[in-house]
Design a protein around this ligand. Structure first.
Ligand code: FES
Ligand code: FES
Length: 367
């Protein structure tokens, strides 16, 4: 058993938990806070969404033992919260619930949208709710309820949140990835932004020649494969094993190059799950000393559909860092004529879980 002290709904809680106990079980079974519901227990459905240090999190994929010193707030702890109160009234007025099973998690996510995105339109609300599943009401009433609260614009309750801290979770080689919301991103793809920097111990011209060869770059991305190149259009696929799910994204990218840089517009779809991925990226290859260079990528991406939860929150930051790290290692190996050490696809047993583990370590405080 592991001792842990955390704050739950404003009160300090001291307990001993089994290391394997997830936070939702701890809240429900030891603290009897049964407003936190459990659906999938895989981080997929969003029924267990709560706040940890003010940020929405899935209580079913956070170990209670890692929450020492954290401020946890459940739906019960939002009883007197003015945004939650406005949302509860709006959910009633707009018939935004039927059985109510998804409602606690839905309200926590809705409150986050109202606080963070006061100008969100219907598309953005639907995008933000992609990680909360409702199996009986349908989403129209839920979206209407959130829009109703946003339209009321209660200035005393809508508080724009500060941007996420930069480089908080992981490093890619010497440079840290950063993720910020992309409400004002100057590209056509609405979504989140990700900045990624790869540092390679190779001269810029060597790296640039590799970057101009899409098939070579794809061979360095775990799970990726180019199937055809037609002018600036590149078709390919990406296979990823995500827990019990195997996603096989097939898609197309248009790549344009300028002086040691360029742009990529890409979209893909996993037919089995219906998940869609779109991304706009700009890249630049810069000299970093005579024998080293950096590739900087600015990406705006959107993931929609059943697998969208893998594109949300801290997991995507460390996941992206892991992929970039693998691509960097593979590219260096390739250009030196060595064998690529990475597994041929993204696997839950490697990248996702390593990413989750790094994230959990970050929660413990060991980042
Ligand atoms: S129960 Fe946690 S996401 Fe489904
Ligand atoms: S209201 Fe029943 S699952 Fe959403």
């Amino acid at each position: 058993m592991t001792p842990v002290i955390m704050t739950v709904n404003g009160a300090e809680v001291s307990a001993t938990v089994e290391p394997r106990t997830h936070l939702a079980d701890f809240l429900r079974e030891q603290l009897l806070l049964t407003g936190t519901h459990l659906g999938c227990e895989h981080g997929v459905c969003g029924a267990c969404t709560i706040l940890i240090d003010g940020e929405p999190a899935r209580a079913c994929i956070v170990y209670a033992a890692t929450c020492g010193g954290r401020d946890v707030r459940t739906i019960e702890g939002l009883a007197d919260d003015p945004i939650a109160a406005a949302l509860r009234s709006a959910f009633t007025a707009e018939h935004a619930l039927q059985c109510g099973y998804c409602t606690p998690g839905m309200l926590v996510s809705a409150r986050d949208i109202v606080r963070r995105l006061p100008d969100a339109d219907e598309d953005r609300i639907r995008l933000e709710l992609a990680g909360n599943l409702c199996r009986c009401t349908g989403y129209n009433g839920i979206v209407r309820a959130i829009r109703r609260v946003l339209a009321q614009r209660p200035q005393d309750v809508i508080v724009a949140k500060p941007p996420l801290p930069r480089g908080q979770f992981a490093e890619v080689r010497e440079a840290a990835p950063t993720v910020t919301r992309a409400d004002a991103a100057p590209t056509s793809t609405p979504g989140d932004t990700l900045k990624q920097t790869l540092r390679l111990a190779l001269p810029r011209e060597t790296v640039w020649r590799a970057v101009c060869d899409p098939a070579l770059i794809a061979s360095c991305v775990p799970g990726a494969r180019v199937t055809s190149v037609n002018g600036d259009r590149i078709a390919g696929e990406l296979v990823a094993s995500l827990g019990p799910i195997e996603a096989r994204f097939a898609g197309e990218a248009i790549v344009t190059y300028d002086s040691h840089g360029g742009q990529i517009k890409a979209h893909g779809r996993d037919p089995a799950s219906g998940t869609r991925l779109s991304a706009d990226a700009t890249f630049q290859v810069a000299e970093d000393g005579p024998q080293a260079s950096t590739i900087t990528l600015d990406i705006v991406y959107a993931l929609r559909g059943p697998l969208a939860q893998f594109g949300r929150g801290p997991v995507v930051r460390v996941f992206a860092a892991e992929i970039a790290d693998a691509v960097g290692r593979n590219l260096e190996a390739r250009l030196r004529g060595e064998a690529i050490p990475e597994a041929p696809r993204l696997r839950a047993g490697s990248l996702i879980w390593r990413a989750l583990w790094r994230w959990l370590r970050g929660l413990i405080g060991g980042r």
